[in-house]
Ligand binder design. Structure first.
Ligand code: PLP
Length: 392
């Protein structure tokens, strides 16, 4: 018998700057300390039971094997119907709609499909934490353009200045995580005009499309022909149907873009959970399943904001998403002078409510004394958090 010295080869990390995400850290701290977790963005209430029943039914009738690579036809058709009904976009479910393992995989796959080594991809900071590592894994270079501090509105002069002959794509996100800012029709028209003379592709992350408040309409890239013609429009059933753990989403893109997208998709995940796709297709036939969402979340936003109105947190607008950002500068406690990250740790440990520092959404850790709460929670959870925050 020969004896070998077992050793694990050392790696040079492809993502040397990436560690444990702030969401994991804060959720773990919340669990450890018994804090109310308003950090990570997921509901603490269940989905419509009929959706769970529909998954069970799909499994019982034998929808348990690989579906077609781009997704179950009924779900792609339901998505195409929705794009037409809500945004006036006519898309072909056979060649322009693909079902993905959530929005995260959709965005990553789109980047892998279009970015060549050295290509630049513009992100607007603060932004969702997967974008930049995804760009880098695709061999691209992330070009970070800040949204206007305070308002988080797009700064088109800065976006225009960031576009170079190397720019392959721009990622936008409205309604916006973390700020809750919503792009207006004028913003989208301005973007359409800006991109018109370029070959820059658009990745439009619209996972909060059904959470837009105060009677505003979601300005999907699908509404703007000049944008839709160059866009991967990304949706997430996890957000829409309170099932973030199911990880199912879609990408709508013109046929030539979808063809490239699917080349990567088929050798990445290949297909996505079959019974869940059948259940979602069945559930989507009832449009009230998403038409009621703005009112549902607006009530929670108003409840949470009214409670925070009794504190010294300065409330930023929350026009959409299920996030409320607050400026901590006016708090009466000395911890208001801590960094956002240290403040969130203190808030979790000492006040018993977990939040997320906005600095986590910037490459350079930009600190503006602002933290994000998630109000996708049961009323009793929100009321308990408000009771604990009342002393601030
Ligand atoms: C802006 C944004 N994009 C994408 C995602 C991920 O969506 P999914 O769970 O469908 O991958 C999230 C989830 O928090 C998000 O906030």
């Amino acid at each position: 018998m020969t004896s070998v010295q077992a050793h694990t080869p050392a790696l040079t990390s492809r993502l040397p700057k990436v560690g444990t995400t702030i969401f994991t850290i804060m959720s773990a701290l919340a669990a450890e300390t018994g804090a109310v977790n308003l950090g990570q963005g997921f509901p603490d209430f269940d989905c419509d039971p009929s959706l769970v029943n529909a998954v069970t039914a799909a499994m019982q009738v034998g929808h348990n094997q690989y579906p077609p690579m781009p997704g179950v036809p009924a779900l792609r058709q339901a998505m195409a119907d929705k794009m037409l009904a809500l945004y006036g976009l006519r898309c072909d479910p056979a060649t322009e709609v693909t079902v993905t393992a959530g929005a995260t995989q959709a965005i990553f796959t789109a980047l892998l499909a279009v970015v060549h080594p050295g290509d630049e991809v513009i992100v607007l900071e603060p932004c969702y934490d997967s974008y930049v590592p995804n760009i880098e894994l695709a061999g691209g270079v992330a070009v970070r353009v800040p949204l206007t501090p305070g308002s988080f509105r797009p700064d088109f002069d800065r976006i225009a200045a960031a576009i170079t002959p190397r720019t392959r794509a721009l990622i936008i996100n409205s309604p916006h995580n973390p700020s809750g800012m919503v792009w207006s029709e004028a913003d989208m028209l301005r973007l359409q005009e800006l991109l018109a003379p370029t070959d820059v592709l658009l990745i439009s992350d619209e996972v909060y499309e059904h959470m837009v408040f105060d009677g505003q309409a979601h300005q999907s890239a699908a509404r703007f022909p000049g944008l839709a013609a160059r866009a991967f429009i990304v949706s997430s059933f996890g957000k829409t149907y309170h099932v973030t753990g199911w990880k199912v989403g879609t990408v709508v893109a013109p046929a030539p873009l979808t063809a490239e997208f699917r080349k990567v998709h088929q050798f990445n995940v290949f297909t996505v959970n079959t019974p869940v796709q059948h259940a979602l297709a069945h559930h989507m036939a009832n449009a009230s399943s998403y038409h009621g969402l703005p009112a549902f979340y607006q009530r929670k936003r108003d409840l949470f904001r009214a409670g925070l109105g009794n504190t010294r947190f300065r409330l930023l607008p929350s026009e959409g998403t299920f996030f409320q950002c607050v400026d901590i500068s006016d708090l009466a406690v000395p911890e208001r002078d801590l960094s956002e990250g240290a403040f969130c740790q203190w808030l979790t440990r000492e006040v018993g409510v977990a939040a997320i520092p906005l600095s986590a959404f910037y490459g350079n850790g930009f600190d503006q004394h602002t933290v994000r709460f998630c109000f996708a929670k049961r009323d009793d959870t929100l009321n308990e958090a408000l009771r604990r925050l009342a002393r601030l």
